[in-house]
Design a protein around this ligand. Structure first.
Ligand SMILES: Nc1ncnc2c1ncn2[C@@H]1O[C@H](COP(=O)(O)OP(=O)(O)OP(=O)(O)O)[C@@H](O)[C@H]1O
Length: 470
């Protein structure tokens, strides 16, 4: 019992530490009927009984995806009725028709509802019951999927949300603490049956991966949270300095930005260059829903180090990096300055649609099992490990690998002569070169089967030329 009392006290202190200077804070509690949020509700109820200036309402979303949804809604509404708490419940009707990405769609609906309730009640805070086990799972999932370094700091205790804040006062508590409180204080809740379904990555991490790691070291969770705190501190100290360098070197330019490479290179070490560019992409692109990978930042830097004075790297199908001698432009595809694309090279690091000029287009698509591939002169596959691909015109000394076993080479010049390709056309044909500088295709003319190891991760390249009707 004394332990539970101290949990209650710690909880209240945590909530107060997360508030702005409010005289009468209003909260929206996100309650799902699971043990975490039912304990959150019970603790808030106790806190409000002691502190009359605290007001709160409950927001609940019935996703209608499980049989027990009805029972969950009843549990939450019974509690609220018995304690005279205002409940804002809604149903998600579209859920049954969503085929892919259902978790994300449900989350978006949930957070939209929280925002509506906040606005309606003029509440400044929405409160969720995320705890430290959720935090460990979130960080591990980010590590597995690959993410920005800053994402490994996990979920913050407080962040901006709608016109106020989202706060998570349970992040310092473990699931065991919460269960123990519920048991001792007789808090009613319903176990979510989908927590056992291994189709969800979060459940696999919780039920399979974490127990395996904990066998190696039972302290693993604490260690991971410790790393994450250290990272958080480091970034907090570092970010203002990075921001200063960003402002100094990355200048707004037309519909994008430009970096003058001479100054950049003279004043910044390679590590600084990587940090500043990664930070810039995170600030400017993450909010637009565009995630620029570390690999793309590295390609940008090596492009500026290379002997190609003019080249383009496609970041996404809408944004590109363009090198023009000592300047690096970060700009929208098709912006005025880059219309002379045929003079340059295109470096493709990610799948997407790429427009080479008014007639020629290239689609680079990730191969899925359901994709029917018809290979031909205009369509071929490469392995993901061959990325980035360079799309360019011929250079002197270009060699083609025309035989695999034994490997046989022929100069491109000789090949053009043998195929009787007129001279004026030779400069217009696009070559596709892989990261090992092997030419894998002459678009519309020939593809080359190189002896590459089998991989499941494949990329399909499709070329279209609207000027050619043969
Ligand atoms: N149906 C719901 N209605 C109201 N609040 C909910 C609902 N589902 C979840 N929540 C709130 O969100 C918290 C986290 O829930 P859960 O772990 O299921 O979410 P998640 O899938 O990890 O996604 P996210 O963290 O983005 O909400 C819960 O503790 C609760 O506060």
């Amino acid at each position: 019992m004394p332990e539970q009392r101290s949990l209650e006290k710690t909880f209240q202190e945590t909530v107060y530490s997360l508030l702005e200077k409010d005289t009468a804070p209003t909260f929206v509690l996100a309650v799902s009927a699971g043990v975490d949020s039912m304990v959150l509700l019970e603790l808030f109820q106790r806190m409000a009984q002691k502190e009359s200036r605290i007001e709160f309402v409950v927001a609940y979303v019935n996703h209608q995806l499980r049989q027990e949804s009805q029972a969950e809604e009843e549990l939450v509404s019974d509690y609220c009725r018995a304690n005279n708490i205002k409940l804002y419940a809604t149903k998600w009707h579209e859920g049954k028709t969503v085929a892919v990405g259902i978790e994300e769609a449900a989350r978006n609906f949930r957070y939209d509802w929280f925002e509506q309730v906040m606005n309606h009640c003029q509440a400044k805070y929405v409160v969720t019951a995320h705890h430290c086990d959720d935090q460990v799972e979130t960080i591990l999932m980010k590590l597995i999927r690959g993410s920005r370094l800053s994402a490994l700091t996990g979920m913050p205790k407080k962040r901006n949300f709608a016109k106020g804040y989202l706060i998570r006062p349970f992040l310092g508590l473990s699931k065991d603490d919460i269960y123990a409180f519920a048991l001792q204080e007789g808090v009613k809740y319903l176990e979510d049956s989908s927590n056992q379904e291994l189709v969800y990555q979060r459940n696999r991490v919780r039920l399979k991966l974490l127990p395996q790691i904990k066998k190696e070291n039972p302290q693993f969770q604490d260690h991971l949270l410790g790393f994450s705190d250290d990272l958080s501190d480091t970034l907090e100290v570092l970010q203002p300095i990075i921001r200063e360098k960003e402002k100094e070197f990355i200048q707004p330019f037309e519909d994008g930005w430009v970096i003058d490479w001479q100054g950049w290179q003279r004043d910044l070490s390679l590590a600084w260059q990587r940090l500043v560019l990664s930070y810039f992409f995170e600030q400017e692109f993450h909010a637009k829903g565009i995630f620029i990978k570390g690999k793309q930042v590295k390609s940008a830097l090596s492009l500026m180090e290379s002997d190609r004075p003019q080249a383009i790297i496609a970041l996404t199908s809408q944004w590109q990096l363009r090198r023009t001698y000592q300047k690096l432009y970060i700009e929208r595809v098709g912006s005025e300055a880059s219309s002379y694309f045929s003079e340059q090279e295109l470096l493709v690091t990610v799948p997407g649609e790429y427009i080479l000029n008014e007639n020629e287009k290239l689609s680079i698509i990730e191969v899925t099992d359901s994709l029917q591939i018809k290979e031909g002169l205009n369509s071929f596959q490469v392995n993901r490990s061959q990325l980035p691909l360079t799309i360019r015109h011929r250079k002197s000394g270009d060699l083609l690998q025309i035989g695999v076993n034994p490997p046989m080479h022929q100069s491109l010049k000789r090949w053009f002569i043998n195929q009787k390709i007129p001279k004026d056309l030779r400069d217009k044909i696009w070559l596709v070169e892989d990261c090992q500088q092997n030419i894998v295709a002459l678009l519309g003319y020939r593809t080359f089967q190189l002896s590459l190891k089998e991989e499941t991760d494949r990329i399909f390249v499709n070329y279209r030329n609207h000027a050619k009707h043969d």
